[in-house]
Design a protein around this ligand. Structure first.
Ligand SMILES: NC(=O)c1ccc[n+]([C@@H]2O[C@H](COP(=O)([O-])OP(=O)(O)OC[C@H]3O[C@@H](n4cnc5c(N)ncnc54)[C@H](OP(=O)(O)O)[C@@H]3O)[C@@H](O)[C@H]2O)c1
Length: 321
């Protein structure tokens, strides 16, 4: 079977397609024929060797996908099931081993490509909007990079909770996608703070969801209302330098958190209930999943380049077959 391997840490050029023996499922494991693998920023950080994402080399890239169970190890019996997963290494491949307790069933009404596209970013948007800061009706919420993978899903989820989204994007085309996802106000990276003040009568936003990081962090803090929440969940523009805590006092008793998906999926129940919400919203037609790019397996490097260069919208997936 074919898989995308990184022999060492580095740029996109370290990714190459290789022929490997088909893995054999052990106890509690499933061998899955991959229909689609999700491309994520975490894959880029891992490839670059950035802590805490760095791991051993060589490795098979990717950690998210969906497909059909081809074989099951002792103690499991789900052959033929349609399943999806996140946080499972080796997903950029024709076949992958998925621990049975990490695999969620995909309902018939959800396409496998869509399932692969929504696992990591959808669950992230889910925990950010309902767990990290449970958005309440009428609250002003800044969503950065709102036309991106997490951004489009988060904009929809905040909107369905009654939040008023102030969306940042870098182009008119991306702004239009954010508007279609429910954003009430469109802003650029230079003026979102002013927009947040204007639409709240001077108070500021209840929460800023910031996956951009270094480029936006300071203005994001300044856009918050008294006791507002700064949710720094990523670093697409680079990591944020150390923070002088006194700034939280002068900003009006602010909160800062740096959440990760793994701390919000600590049990099988967490995984299943978040996935169930996503799949049922998709089946009802109340959550749109935009697949902004489909790439063959041998184009994984190009997918990484496009994502890092801000050329993409929505989700990128790899199609092994
Ligand atoms: N903590 C978690 O649990 C978690 C989970 C998933 C993802 N994340 C993080 O969420 C962020 C978004 O991930 P994603 O996969 O959904 O990516 P994405 O939003 O689809 O792509 C990143 C977007 O960020 C914006 N951006 C602004 N400045 C940028 C810069 N200097 N370089 C690159 N992009 C820049 C771009 O949108 P514009 O062109 O509109 O500015 C770009 O399209 C990443 O930081 C990722 O690490 C965190």
């Amino acid at each position: 079977m074919r898989a995308v391997i990184a022999e060492k840490h580095g740029g996109p050029e370290v990714l190459r397609l290789a022929e490997r023996d088909a893995p054999v499922p052990g106890p509690g494991q499933l061998l899955v024929d991959v229909a689609a693998a999700g491309v994520n920023f975490a894959d880029i950080y891992r490839r670059q060797g950035l802590p805490p994402y760095a791991g051993d080399v060589p490795y098979v890239a990717g950690l998210e996908g969906a497909g059909t169970v081809a074989a099951a190890g002792p103690g499991t019996d789900r052959v033929g099931d349609r399943v999806a997963w996140t946080d499972v290494p080796g997903s950029y491949a024709e076949q992958v081993i998925v621990p049975a307790d990490r695999a969620v069933g995909v309902p018939e009404g959800v396409d496998l490509e869509v399932a692969a596209a929504v696992m990591l970013q959808g669950m992230t948007a889910h925990y950010l909007s309902s767990g990290t800061y449970p958005v309440a009706r009428g609250e002003a919420v800044v969503v950065h990079a709102a036309a991106g993978g997490v951004g489009l899903l988060l904009t929809q989820m905040v909107t369905r909770r009654g939040g008023v989204v102030i969306a940042t994007t870098s182009t008119p085309e991306k702004a239009e996608l954010a508007r279609n996802a429910g954003a009430a106000h469109l802003a650029g990276y230079g003026d979102f703070g002013a927009v947040a003040r204007e639409v709240t009568g001077g108070d500021g936003a209840a929460v800023v969801y910031d996956g951009v990081g270094r480029a936006t962090f300071d203005d994001s803090l300044a856009a918050l209302r008294r006791r507002g929440y700064m949710v720094l969940y990523g670093a697409a523009s680079g990591p944020v330098p150390p923070l002088e805590l006194q700034r939280l006092a002068t900003g009006g008793s602010l909160y800062v958190t740096r959440p990760t998906l793994v701390s919000y999926i600590t049990t099988r129940d967490d995984l299943v209930h978040r996935a169930d919400d996503l799949f049922s919203w998709i089946e009802q037609g109340t959550l749109a999943v935009r697949i902004g790019g489909r790439y063959p397996l041998d184009q994984a490097a190009r997918a990484h380049e496009d994502l890092a260069a801000r050329r993409t919208t929505g989700k990128l997936i790899l199609l092994p077959r």
